[in-house]
Design a protein around this ligand. Structure first.
Ligand code: CP
Ligand code: NVA
Length: 303
């Protein structure tokens, strides 16, 4: 049966560990070209640097071929119905990597496609980012148990949602500090609480970023205004102004606390230039690991 990666919940801890092991193995020997003769379509409705380039490079390194289409060409759900696009593409390519606004479109694409569909970010979730981030934490800390991550910012956005699920599934304690009205979505928290029963992690939501910083081995943030929310930008700048990762917040955390950001970063908004450029920042290792784990994800799903 084909495997999709639409959200973190499509996986279980054992399959995430399998992806991590594959990512490590492929670092040494992707010359074996496990994706030879595979054609992979990247279809993006929103801009991307990391996800697009890391997937394209990974596909090339593994011996596959890729094509890129923007929504101008496909018109998913407008020029043509999602279910028709899914069935036509299944005749031509071996996998679809899609970045979309509506998560529902992704679900429909996967439902009608006979080939794997990978979520390259939707309004609801960003599973490939979360997998890569957990891999980065594992590499930097040597383990995932007894580690505490605090996410400061929009707890309801795609990156936070996938991170909450991945942390609770993989054994990383997670605290989310968000302004009222931007807390993690209920369905995400309910699912995470379910995972926490098995993994034993603690999940906390607060509106106090200082409280969240004090317990943190890792401080994580993302933009306050996600793609598609541009009209809310002014309002968000005001609401999130106390939720910046800056020197003061960092001084409250453990001495060796690491700083994470999925990027792109808006210096002076969710994070200061001095923190992102400072000695605790691992944001570029994080970005580099997107390529490492894309190889693991592709080989896990396609071979
Ligand atoms: N972090 C991330 O997904 O970056 P892009 O939007 O540039 O792909
Ligand atoms: N939350 C951000 C993540 C970008 C990788 C957005 O959706 O714009």
């Amino acid at each position: 049966m084909k495997k999709d990666l639409l959200c973190v919940s499509c996986l279980e801890p054992a399959s995430i560990w399998r992806i991590f092991k594959l990512s490590d193995e492929l670092m040494e020997r992707y010359d074996q070209k496990p994706l030879q003769n595979k054609n992979i379509l990247l279809f993006f409705e929103k801009p991307s640097l990391r996800t697009k380039v890391s997937f394209e490079v990974a596909i090339n390194q593994l011996g596959g071929s890729c094509l890129f289409l923007s929504d101008l060409e496909i018109g998913l759900g407008s020029r043509e119905e999602v279910k028709d696009v899914a069935r036509v593409l299944s005749c031509y390519v071996d996998c679809i990597i899609a970045r979309v606004f509506s998560h529902q479109k992704l679900i429909e694409l996967a439902q009608y496609a006979t080939i794997p569909v990978i979520n390259g970010l939707s309004d609801d979730s960003h599973p490939c980012q979360a997998l890569s981030d957990l891999y980065t934490i594992w590499k930097k800390k040597g383990e995932l148990m007894d580690i505490s991550l605090s996410f400061i910012g929009d707890g309801s956005n795609n990156v936070a949602s996938s991170l909450i699920l991945a942390c609770s599934m993989m054994g990383v304690n997670i605290t989310v500090a968000s302004p009222n009205g931007y807390y993690p979505r209920k369905e995400v928290l309910d699912k995470a609480e379910g995972y926490a029963k098995a993994s034993g992690v603690l999940i906390k939501v607060t509106s106090d970023p200082e409280e969240a910083a004090r317990s943190a081995d890792l401080l994580y943030t993302d933009v306050w205004t996600s793609m598609g929310q541009e009209r809310e930008k002014e309002e968000r700048l005001r609401v999130f102004s106390d939720f910046q990762i800056n020197e003061k917040l960092l001084s409250l955390a453990k001495k060796d606390c690491l700083i994470m950001h999925c990027l792109p970063a808006h210096r002076g908004e969710e994070i200061t230039d001095s923190v992102i450029e400072g000695p605790n920042s691992i944001v570029f290792a994080q970005a580099e690991n997107r390529l490492v784990t894309q190889r693991g994800i592709l080989v896990y799903l396609l071979t």
